[in-house]
Design a protein around this ligand. Sequence first.
Ligand SMILES: *Cc1c(COP(=O)(O)O)cnc(C)c1O
Length: 354
Amino acid sequence: MELLPGISIRKTNHSKIHEVDFDHLEFGKYVSDHMLLCDYANGEWGQAQIVPFANLSLSPATLALHYGQTVFEGMKAFCRKDGRINIFRIDKHYDRFGRSLDRMCMAIPPKEIFIESLMKLTEMDKAWVPQQAGASLYIRPFVYASEAKFGVKISEQYRFIIFTGPVPDVFATPIKVKVETNYTRAARGGTGFAKCGGNYGGAYYPTQLARQQGYDQVLWTNGQADPFIEESGMMNVMFVINNVLVTPPLSDSILDGVTRDSLLTLANDLGYQTEERPVSVAELAHAFKNKTITEAFGAGTAAVVAPVQTIHINGIDFHLPEYNRESVMNKLKQKLERIRIGIDDDLHRWNSVL
Ligand SMILES: *Cc1c(COP(=O)(O)O)cnc(C)c1O
């Protein structure tokens, strides 16, 4: 056993990497050889350990399983043109992790533990970072309430885990979305800005209904009488209206997406006009009637951009023009990818290169 300052390491003798066909990856199917574990108890974080990926053993009374104190992050590492590994925007993900955990009354792993263990884990499993263009190593840090006690209470014990797995380039084909004005994903004063498990569980039912009606995803609104757009599925949403890149402003019901922030920054760099402002459903319908809306897409780590072809508003399907390489979303995606793999300069210092 090797001991780094702060991290103990036990390597696997049975790498599973030969079981992976890197030319036919599937999102979420493979996990890399190692994982990080770090436990919180008695008011402090213990020794961080990197160990072979394995199942957990836990009490059925574990608080997270009952009352939903779980928070996760989703980030990516890329193989650069020069062969080195780049982890994208660690700081921004860490900050959001902290805000989510804080909202759920959960213990926050110290930044040094988060960054050091994430870099060490990625380095140990660097053979798992796909070299195929657009593919990446997905990194999943999460914390759950690990205290075993079945009374409703804020847990006093937590477990922090990071595991990783290779994922393909997600070529999102244009999807149909339904503007949802009945169900909401998040409410004012709620947990919408936090990346907590419950937000996903609560979103499944309306999404399933939309699928039964022939749509791929829900375009969430705030559910008010004169509704405003919030997010698209589990991604932030962006529109191009009158040649301006428009996205709803951050609030406590909208998740502060790292992709959203990156695309807004790059759009400004590339000379596009951008606006973070409320977008009402009425404005969208109007923009379709005037043909001033030319693009709509989701923005998130998994696919970078997810193009929308159809938006259903109050009984009417509105269609967007076809996308091509000149589309704003594709220009932004391409720029982001060039920065991540080290072709274009990393002006904003988003990369952590191993
Ligand atoms: C994770 C997530 C996003 C996208 O965030 P990224 O940091 O860009 O991946 C958007 N909305 C919701 C609800 C999310 O959970």
